[in-house]
Each structure stands twice: as structure tokens, then as C-alpha cells.
Design a protein around this ligand. Structure first.
Ligand code: ZN
Length: 320
């Protein structure tokens, strides 16, 4: 062997490159998707439920958005994916259109197959549900619902949605519940027509973020804590919670979503709930301990993607 020439034999003793993406017990192995009307959050998580990586994608056309979702997951070793989507959706696994967004008012997304393209591209089981059911599942696993069996999760943001969870499963009937479209008695003197394209003054039409903005001419984020808007908001949310208490007798009603970042609403809502129930429901949680009955979401805006990851673990029959 001449001097200065690298030895080919040396290469035989070099360690082989190890594929660091290969799944091990410590590696991320589940994918979670929280598909919203303005953005989609994709994350990977491990078996403990911890989030490892995440990205945010702008919601544009279905083709472009779902392509970006697949691109994020494509080179990652996953066992299953969970998708929580804005709705309404077909959440019935026996239906031919399971995994579709159905009659949404969002342009271009009506009757769109969300689950199919992801499952086809990634080749792993893909669980699918409504976004609010995913968020409720997130709260069940590591949030404000972890110490109770039956609870309602209500989100108040660009819309109002709700889920009733019992033993870690959302209530399902012919369709998923549409708690946001309950009709409620009006606050005295309130003549706002409402903002729901279907019903005008349903709960969502009176209390979602866009309804607050339309009623007061200012974004909810710009309204001070002592603005009369919050009394009106607490009136409608308090009546909705009281109605849910009478209908389902949940152990807790958890309130999340952007509007509920205004924490001054919680004591106001509890006051309305107490007044509306009038002492009739005979349990200390409805009479003395309303602070344990009406609580904020513990995972904040994280609960959707955490729930989607839990759906993936269920789909892989890993735990839950
Ligand atoms: Zn409505």
C-alpha cells in the first residue's frame, strides 16, 4: 500500500450508519392531526402521550392542505394516526363516507374525504372524529376530565361545539351532538338577531366569538373585562351549562376555546348556573361546589392535538 492512499480495508471496520428514524420504544410512533377551518396542527407523540414534534399548516384547499399533512408525516415511522376535524363530519366507521367533512359552510370543503387520502398515503390505521370529541378525549387523558368519568366539554371560539364523554368515549347517536345549536331564552333587552346562518339566535349565534364581534362591533380580544358584553356572554353560557346539567347530569362541564381565555367569565357563569338550577339538582357539586363543576380546560388549546394522538394510540390498540 503506497503512502498517502487511504486504506480500503479501513472502511470494513467503520461502524455502519444506523437509521435513526427507526422506531424504538423511546421514539415517536403516533401522529395527531387537529384540522381547523383556518389552520391544521400536526404532531407526533410517544406512547406516554407526550408531544414530540409539531407543525402548523394553513388551511387552504383540501388537496393542498392534505398534501402538506401527508408531507409532514411521510418519512416518520408511525403506527397509527388520529384526526380531529372541524365539522360537521361523518364519524360512523360503518358508513361509506366515514372520515368525510359533510355539509360545512366552509367553501371547497363540503363533502370532502379527509381520512381516506391520509390513510392511503401513509398506509397505517387512521382514526377520525370531530375536533371537539378529540379535544374532550385530550382532557380525559391528561386534563380537566382525568378525575371524572362523565363530563361535557364545551368549546367557545369561532363556533360553539360540545362533546359528552363517558368512560373515555364520546356519546354518539345518529349524528354527533350539536350542543352549539341549542336554543336558549334571551337575556332581557337583548335584541341582537344572532349570527348562525341556520338558526340566527342559537347558542353559537349568540355567544361564539364572531357573534360577540358582530354584536359589539369590536373583537372580543379588545373588550375590557368590565364590558357589558361579558354579562351577556355569561348569561347564555350559564343557561347552556344549566341545561346540560339537567339533561346529562355530568360530573363536570369543562369550558375551552378562545373566548374562554377570559377567565373572569367563570365566576359569572357559575352564578347563572346556580340561579337557573334553583337548588333542584340535589348534589353538592351543583349547589356548593360549582367551582368543581364548571372548570376551564386544563390543556388549553393543546387538547385537540393531544386527543388526536390518543385516538392514534387507540387505533393501534396501544393503550386507552
Ligand atoms: Zn345554529
Amino acid at each position: 500500500m503506497s503512502k498517502g492512499q487511504p486504506s480500503v480495508l479501513l472502511h470494513l471496520f467503520l461502524p455502519r450508519v444506523i437509521d435513526t428514524r427507526r422506531s424504538t420504544l423511546e421514539d415517536p410512533r403516533f401522529g395527531g392531526v387537529e384540522a381547523g377551518g383556518t389552520k391544521v396542527v400536526c404532531a407526533t407523540g410517544d406512547a406516554s402521550g407526550s408531544v414530540r414534534e409539531r407543525t402548523r399548516i394553513k388551511t387552504t384547499t383540501p388537496e393542498e392542505t392534505l398534501r402538506a399533512v401527508v408531507d409532514f408525516f411521510e418519512d416518520r415511522p408511525l403506527e397509527a394516526v388520529g384526526v380531529g376535524s372541524f365539522g360537521p363530519v361523518d364519524d360512523n366507521p360503518d358508513s361509506p363516507t366515514y372520515g368525510f367533512i359533510t355539509n360545512t359552510p366552509k367553501n371547497g370543503w363540503q363533502h370532502t374525504d379527509v381520512r381516506g387520502p391520509i390513510q392511503e398515503a401513509l398506509g397505517v390505521p387512521v382514526a377520525f372524529d370531530l375536533d371537539v370529541n378529540a379535544a374532550a378525549l385530550g382532557e380525559h387523558h391528561g386534563g380537566a376530565g382525568r378525575d371524572v368519568d362523565a363530563f361535557v366539554y364545551l368549546t367557545v371560539g369561532t363556533g360553539v361545539g360540545g362533546s359528552f364523554m363517558q368512560s373515555g368515549r364520546p356519546l354518539r347517536g345518529l349524528l354527533h351532538p350539536e350542543i352549539g345549536h341549542l336554543r336558549l331564552p334571551r337575556a332581557s333587552g337583548d335584541d341582537f338577531a344572532g349570527h348562525c346562518p341556520f338558526h340566527g339566535d342559537c347558542l353559537e349565534g349568540l355567544a361564539a366569538g364572531p357573534a360577540i364581534e358582530a354584536r359589539w362591533g369590536r373583537s372580543p380580544a379588545d373588550l375590557p373585562d368590565d364590558h357589558p358584553a361579558w354579562e351577556v356572554e355569561a348569561h347564555y353560557l350559564g343557561i347552556a351549562v344549566a341545561n346540560l346539567a339537567c339533561t346529562l347530569a355530568p360530573e363536570r362541564v369543562i369550558l375551552g376555546g378562545g373566548v374562554m381565555h377570559r377567565r373572569q367569565l367563570f365566576p359569572m357563569i357559575r352564578r347563572v348556573v346556580r340561579e337557573r338550577l334553583g337548588g333542584y339538582l340535589d348534589h353538592p357539586r351543583f349547589t356548593e361546589h360549582l367551582d368543581e363543576f364548571v372548570t376551564p380546560a386544563a390543556l388549553g388549546d393543546e387538547n385537540g392535538v393531544r386527543g388526536a394522538l390518543a385516538m392514534a394510540r387507540q387505533a393501534a390498540q396501544y393503550d386507552c
